[in-house]
Design a protein around this ligand. Structure first.
Ligand code: DOR
Ligand code: ZN
Ligand code: ZN
Length: 437
């Protein structure tokens, strides 16, 4: 039998070690993984000698913006950034303008994203002020609900226990996870000093929000997902309350690899929420990832304009681009021996696919979707100016990394190769993920 495409003689991770294999792809799915001369004939071949053939990254936390904020990012630039970064599936957060609170808003996002996509895109929804206004038509097209207790999507909402309970009941009714940004700060006052900003968004506030949500979750028994865990105490609290598939958590590459005292914070390049923490927090996050108390790595790709990021720290917007740096940064940990291949694959592909129920994704194996990144080992410098994202200011600027994606395939279609997007928008991938178009 002839397959559509062979990725020939690359390095595939088998039982935790790279071994030479060829990967056959037919009709967007992995047809087989072959040793040496056993590969079937193919219509097309990509030589992968010396390169790593890995499952594409599944990033369950991105802000693709678009809609009225195309100055920050749009579905096209955001998913080009994903493709260039080896990320083949992204799940988009609802804090867009307008927020994803209604069927109309979601429909418009789906329509625009379908035309502009370069990778698979899925969505989360916010929760309307009155829970009864939630439109059940949205359920089939979303992966979960997201709430921001410190900065609600609908104004005049206070995240009282009653509100949290109602949100959890809604999530449970529809068998979807409730995702939340753990921050109990309520002050609307603009901080006057750097210390005031960091105090507003302190670890105490992260832990306080977590405690509150976890306590109510025990009563309601919905699925709860903690976004961007950033503090040692939060990781410990999650570990102590962990229940497979009902309490899950993610961590960002920047909270794993950067700490606050490395930056002068004269502008907003290293400003994000939650903020960077201490060395101890960083080290504890790695530990709890290894212990499976944190399920996956997610970028929280949160693009803003150059002006919004280069402003003085207190006035700059929070959020950094992350889609084009995750694979190089985490594979540097692998190549430097701090992370095993099995851990990398769990944090970036099978872990996120598992907790968000993305069937047929996240593993390089026969019958799964051919969402694949081919990676080259070598030394490169991170340079924001080369990003496809509109957001080009990164706190990782100038960092030397030891890997970079050279080919990205989405459902068997080559979308990125050697620094260039290789097809038009709207062909590769599914929107929403799991739909047939
Ligand atoms: O830094 C952040 N940026 N944290 C968030 O929670 C939101 C995000 C954004 O949308 O810009
Ligand atoms: Zn957040
Ligand atoms: Zn976010």
């Amino acid at each position: 039998m002839t397959v559509d495409l062979i990725l020939k003689n690359g390095l595939v991770i088998v039982e935790g070690k790279p071994v030479v294999r060829s990967v056959g792809i037919t009709s967007g799915k992995i047809e087989g993984i072959y040793i040496g001369g056993e590969a079937p004939p193919s219509e097309e071949t990509i030589d992968c000698e010396g390169k790593y053939i890995l499952p594409g990254v599944i990033d369950i936390h991105v802000h693709l913006r678009d809609m009225s904020r195309e100055d920050k990012e749009d579905f096209s630039t955001g998913t080009m950034a994903a493709a260039a970064g080896g990320v083949t599936t992204v799940l988009d957060m609802p804090n867009s303008n307008p927020p994803t609170l209604s069927w109309n808003a979601l429909k418009e996002k789906i329509t625009r994203a379908r035309e502009r996509r370069f990778v698979n895109i899925g969505f989360y929804a916010g929760i309307p002020k009155s829970i009864n206004d939630f439109d059940e038509k949205m359920v089939a097209h979303i992966h979960g609900f997201k709430v921001y207790p410190h900065s609600p999507l609908v104004k005049d909402i206070e995240f009282s226990s009653q509100r949290i309970r109602e949100c959890m009941k809604l999530a449970k009714t529809h068998n979807l996870p409730l995702l939340f940004h753990p921050d109990s700060s309520t002050s609307e006052e603009q901080p006057k000093t750097h210390d005031e900003f960091f105090e507003q968004h302190s670890c105490e506030h992260e832990v306080e929000a977590l405690q509150k949500f976890i306590a109510i979750q025990k009563e309601i028994e919905c699925r709860l997902h903690v976004c961007h865990v950033s503090c040692a105490d939060s990781a410990e609290l999650i570990a102590a309350n962990r229940a497979e598939r009902s309490l899950t958590a993610e961590v960002t590459p920047h909270h794993l690899l950067l700490q606050r005292n490395e930056f002068s914070h004269h502008n907003g390049i290293a400003k994000m929420l939650p903020p960077l923490r201490t060395k101890k927090d960083r080290e504890t996050l790695w530990l709890y990832l290894q212990r499976c108390a944190i399920d996956c790595v997610a970028t929280d790709h949160a693009p803003h304009t150059w002006g919004e990021k280069s402003a003085k720290f207190l006035y700059a917007q929070s959020g950094i681009p992350g889609l084009e740096t995750l694979v190089p940064l985490l594979l540097t940990e692998v190549f430097d021996g701090r992370l095993s291949w099995v851990e990398y694959l769990r944090y970036c592909a099978s872990g996120p696919a598992g907790i968000m129920n993305l069937r047929g994704k996240g593993v390089l194996t026969k019958g799964y979707d051919a969402d694949i990144v081919v990676v080259e080992k070598g030394e490169w410098k991170i340079e924001g100016s080369s990003f496809f994202s509109k957001s080009k200011l990164t706190p990782f600027e100038g960092r030397i990394v030891k890997a970079r994606p050279i080919h990205t395939l989405v459902r068997g279609v080559l979308v990125y190769s050697h620094g260039k997007i290789t097809i038009g928008s709207g062909y590769a991938g599914h929107v929403p993920v799991g739909s047939i178009i």
